[in-house]
Design a protein around this ligand. Structure first.
Ligand code: 3PY
Ligand code: MG
Length: 257
């Protein structure tokens, strides 16, 4: 069964909720997908994934019928190409701080004429249900999404140039790093008022440029807030948080007097 692409879900639903998986075990990613998330993000930046767990994780998530997204490590544009070849429906690249960073990202994630992605999407074609190489090639640039993470002062200052780079389909705001940057190392506080105001400005400017906007939420309440504010792609919590919260809730029930 072909798996719908992230952009197809965004077009159909308007917005999506993504799970966020750090543990390099495909069963965890599949379990999150089966819990009802619209899509699953596998995190190589702060998560424990390696290329093999990404390859297996994308397959496990596909088994549950939803698209996988991969956040690559900082500056690892070669891995961005590999993750697309493995069947990732979108790439999130952290710390994109300039037009030059965005151009390097787009070169790795888009085929000519936009970029220089090299040919070899064997697994991606299976997951997308592509009928042949040309069919995949014709759709790939539009059907796979490239998110540039905006989470530093430099990125905020360069937003318009980053948005103007062909092949950058979306931005993804990292609210924790952004709060550290804006407070000059004073705190990590995604919900800080100044942080939220800057994020709302980024959201409005990216939407005005016709780009999707992603945001990371630490709680269900934050995710609801972000969906209400118009964010298109909201990542919610992480596998460790799901496990801790589920266990704590069951233990509390079992020990209730
Ligand atoms: C941040 O909040 O900095 C992130 O990178 C979220 O994933
Ligand atoms: Mg970050």
């Amino acid at each position: 069964m072909p798996v719908p692409s992230l952009i197809a879900l965004l077009r159909a639903r308007g917005s999506v909720l993504s799970s966020w998986i750090a543990m390099p075990e495909p069963l965890v990613a599949e379990s999150a997908a089966r819990a009802g998330f619209d899509c699953v993000t596998l995190d190589m930046q702060h998560g424990l994934h390696d290329p093999v767990s990404i390859m297996r994780g994308i397959g496990a998530v596909a088994l549950a019928g939803v698209p996988a997204i991969v956040r690559v490590p900082v500056g690892d544009f070669a891995m961005a190409s590999r993750a697309l070849d493995m069947g990732a429906s979108a790439i999130i690249a952290p710390m994109i701080n300039s037009a030059a960073d965005a151009e390097a990202l787009a070169r790795a994630t888009k085929y000519p004429p936009i970029g220089e992605r090299s040919w070899g999407p064997v697994r991606a074609m299976q997951i997308a249900g592509a009928t042949g190489g040309n069919a995949y090639l014709q759709g790939a640039n539009a059907e796979t999404l490239t998110f540039a993470m905006i989470e530093t002062r430099a990125a905020v200052a360069a937003l318009d140039e980053i948005l103007a780079v062909p092949g950058i389909d979306a931005i993804f705001i990292g609210p924790s790093d952004l709060s550290i940057a804006l407070s000059r190392g004073g705190h990590v506080d995604p919900m800080d008022a100044e942080n939220q105001a800057v994020a709302s400005d980024l959201l409005a400017r990216a939407h005005a440029a016709g780009k999707y906007v992603g945001m990371f939420a630490l709680t269900g309440a934050q995710a609801k807030l972000y969906l209400g504010l118009g964010y298109d792609f909201v990542a919610l919590g992480s596998d460790d948080m799901y496990l801790q919260a589920g266990a704590a809730s069951m233990l509390a029930e079992a020990r209730a007097k």
